[in-house]
Design a protein around this ligand. Sequence first.
Ligand code: FES
Ligand SMILES: [Fe+2]
Length: 387
Amino acid sequence: MSARSTTDHGPRTIEAGAPPARYARGWHCLGPAEKFKDGAPHEIEAFGTKLVVFQARDSGALHVLNTFCPHMGGNLAHGTVKGDALACPFHDWRWGGDGKCAGIPYAHRVPPRARTRAWRTLEENRQLFVWHDPQGAPPPEGVTIPRIEGAFSDEWSDWTWHTVRIDGANCREIVDNVVDMAHFFYVHNAFPTYFKNVFEGHVASQYMTSDPRADMTAADTLSAQGRLRSEASYYGPSYMIDHLWTETGGATVETVLVNCHYPVTPDSFVLQYGALVRKLPGMSDDEAAQAAAQAAEGLATGFEEDIAIWRAKTRIDNPLLCDQDGPVYQLRRWYEQFYVDVEDVRPEMTDRFEFEIDTERAVAVWRAEVAANLARRGTGTAAGAGK
Ligand code: FES
Ligand SMILES: [Fe+2]
């Protein structure tokens, strides 16, 4: 963004910058809550440290603690749940979900300062969330994870769920996708015809309509069957809910996707995603599960395409944009609010911001490209998308 690059017309120099040294403030999804309810402690590598998740046997509540025991550094993820506490495998100190030492069987008394870090948790949408704030404050009023009604309804399928660790990229890469219309055509073989972003407070939304591509097989494109309408919002830095409506054979299939991540180190993160599908009239549970699996598979393909890009690309703090690109800088300004102290959040990070891309030029060019691809293959004269 230096003035020099616009005045001397020299080659643009990429400013790669260093990934942030801290991790975002916000709720981070650790995965399906059920996964942690098997009676065993689970180790999670996140936020540059290690956590342990366990379910209190008596209360049934899920808790998250630092995994290393403050006594002599034992790993609590290798310990055992005893009652409502987690027992360290090293000397059997018992740690409660509130972080307090609940007992030391071989000692007369528990040292009054025997306390480890307990992380604030939330169960929503059948998933477990942990609150991360480098300043140690609780979530502000209204900063929570919205309920997805389909996750609790018999009219919807169950969640599918996938987890993949991405090494060699900071999680900002995935958030950039919120404003990146053109990559949907070039990376995901979709055909966006409408694209709008709205950022406000801790929420960043993307509204998109995408048509099928006549030059792609169903397996190769995002909107395989018919027109796809998508309303996707990040609630905080890492949890996106995407409502999708796909026209297919005269019916509209309604899907909810969750796309979320938590950082492991400044240059690695764990990406997780899952899908729910509303059952069509007469659809059996099996058919709904199949439809959800299919939606998740499409999503998996999409992420594999993104991941290939992220693994090979460089970090870039000063993207060189054209008039048909989305508001990358404004999105990053929104995203910045999660990386500064609360008192340093500026109004321009949270003020409402709207931007709709005029897709006319892109749609015309992409129609021509689709037609040329078809003509090259001698497969007819259809002129692009939506037909
Ligand atoms: S290290 Fe955990 S009880 Fe000693
Ligand atoms: Fe993408």
